[in-house]
Design a protein around this ligand. Structure first.
Ligand code: PLP
Length: 501
């Protein structure tokens, strides 16, 4: 790393503040904080001046790749530009300086924004009621499945199976496991669509729901979705829509009209709120009217001209998060939707689909499409052609960094050999798309004549190849005084694992 740890920059006695002399009587600490909670030795904190701190974090921020620094075609993740007008809106004191425990009469505007956002999301997705509580897409899935489980239980039915396609996002099977359901996987046909005959044979009285992503994670539209909904509904099951990515159909088609009963949306994907460094996301969940009573409490509602938080919902699954959701994200998404209007949102989808098809058309001679045909907002290609030169898709991903691009998602969906999942989004212009395509083509040429330059990439990044599996499973982020740190990095394990989703 080119930047030392903040502890290494520390120098005893350096401070970023100065306080005036104490001009009130000094009270013993134990009068303020009970003895057992007082620490015996001072915390070992770094000591720095204000400019030292600012420079340290500014240096670190420059090591990061972000949507504000370049093209970020990470499929499924929808890394689209975050409009700066969202930040202007959310920095208004009436939004940013309120507290969740304030009296409801003093935050009528905030409650009104939540009620109106619920209504806007319902209109966009074709659902009847929404909750804004879940803090991420996966959290929305969990909330939606709790609602489905509560519905079946209220009817005295013990349905314990969740069906999901083998192309589904990893959070789908994980959410099924978290509610204690059994996962049943349905296969993909030769066109890359859900195998509908297999689905028919899997649906029965144990089916709680089919979880479907449409367009699928292969970037393909499931044309038979209405028939699938019919199959599931006839057997008494419900339809769950993984709407993390509405970028292909927003303003054009609605899951509520396709037969879905429950959806989650990711505000940090389609609706331009930042993903953050694992920071606040938002995964609102929408339901059809017959499930509205199960939504988490309290529900922001308008009653007799006043906005209230309605906690009197006897069938509710309860709270899924402290307070009402990530409010700042709600303000940003609301700003985006109101700024675009319904025509604007439809144009977003059309442009996103056009961009992804343009990239496909310019690349699929070298990187064949997994299931050929017109795609939606993302396209899944295969890097298998590079293998004869000893170059893997992971190498291509690393080499793209040297060309100044973030990698697409790789090795996902799991059913595609050497998968490369590219989602350009509507916010990129043709010049950027061309530059990315040129880089992808240049790397394919390098693989033929000089594969080592690709397999040893990146050459320009502050660190080389990290062991991603170890970083995820055994993170060692703690600095210990005295320097007995664990060894930093080990060479890559070379396993195939999805990156980016
Ligand atoms: C991103 C994504 C999710 C999960 O959303 P998180 O906010 O990352 O938890 C679920 N399904 C699909 C298809 C996604 O792309």
């Amino acid at each position: 790393m080119t930047e030392p740890l903040i502890f290494e920059l520390s120098s005893p006695g350096r401070k970023a503040y100065s306080l005036p002399a104490l001009d009130v009587p000094e009270v013993p600490l134990t009068e303020l904080i009970p003895e057992p909670y007082l620490r015996k030795t001072p915390a070992q904190l770094p000591e720095l001046s204000e400019p030292d701190v600012v420079r340290h974090f500014t240096h670190l921020s420059k090591l990061n790749y972000s949507i504000d620094s370049g093209f970020y075609p990470l499929g499924s993740c929808t890394m689209k530009y975050n409009p700066k007008i969202n930040e202007v809106a959310v920095s208004q004191p009436g939004w940013k300086d309120i507290h969740p425990l304030q009296a409801q009469s003093t935050v009528q505007g905030a409650l009104r924004l939540m009620v109106e956002l619920q209504e806007l999301l319902a209109a966009i997705s074709g659902m009847d009621a929404f909750t804004l509580q879940p803090a991420a897409g996966a959290h929305g899935e969990l909330t939606g499945l709790f609602i489905i489980q509560a519905y079946h239980r209220a009817r005295g039915e013990m349905r314990d199976q969740i069906i999901a396609p083998n192309s589904s996002h990893g959070t789908n099977p994980a959410s099924a496991a978290m509610i204690g359901a059994q996962l049943v996987t349905v296969g993909t046909d030769e066109r890359g669509r859900v195998n509908i005959e297999e689905l028919r044979s899997l649906v029965n009285e144990r089916t709680a729901a089919l979880m479907l992503t449409n367009p699928s994670t292969l970037g393909l539209f499931e044309e038979d979705v209405v028939e699938m909904a019919d199959i599931v509904h006839r057997a008494g099951g419900l339809m769950y829509y993984d709407g993390a990515n509405m970028n292909a159909i927003m303003g054009v088609a609605r899951p509520g009209d396709m037969g879905f009963d429950v959806v989650h949306l990711n505000l940090h994907k389609t609706f331009t709120t930042p993903h953050g460094g694992g920071g606040p996301g938002a995964g609102p969940v929408g339901v059809k009217q017959f499930l509205a009573g199960y939504l988490p409490v309290p529900v922001p509602t308008r009653r007799d001209g006043v906005y209230i938080l309605d906690a009197d919902r006897p069938e509710s699954i309860g709270k899924v998060r402290s307070f009402y959701g990530n409010f700042g994200m709600l303000v940003r998404a609301f700003t985006y939707i109101r700024r675009m209007g319904s025509d604007g949102l439809g144009q977003v989808s059309r442009d996103a689909v056009l961009a992804a098809n343009y990239v496909r058309a310019r690349l699929n001679d070298l990187y064949p499409q997994a299931y050929p045909g017109t795609n939606m907002h993302e396209v899944v290609l295969s890097g298998r052609g590079l293998r004869e030169h000893g170059v893997r898709t992971l190498d291509l991903a690393k080499r793209l960094m040297d060309y100044g691009f973030h990698s697409p998602t790789v090795y996902f969906p799991l059913i595609v050999d050497e998968a490369l999942m590219i989602e350009p989004t509507e916010t990129e212009n043709k010049d950027t798309l061309d530059a990315f395509v040129d880089a992808m083509r240049a790397i394919a040429a390098e693989a033929e004549v000089n594969p080592e330059v690709v397999t040893s990439a990146p050459h320009s990044a502050p660190v080389g190849r990290l062991d991603e599996a170890r970083a995820a499973r055994k993170p060692n982020l703690r600095w210990r005084p005295g320097g007995d740190q664990e060894p930093a990095q080990v060479p890559p394990a070379g396993e195939e694992k999805p990156l980016g989703v």
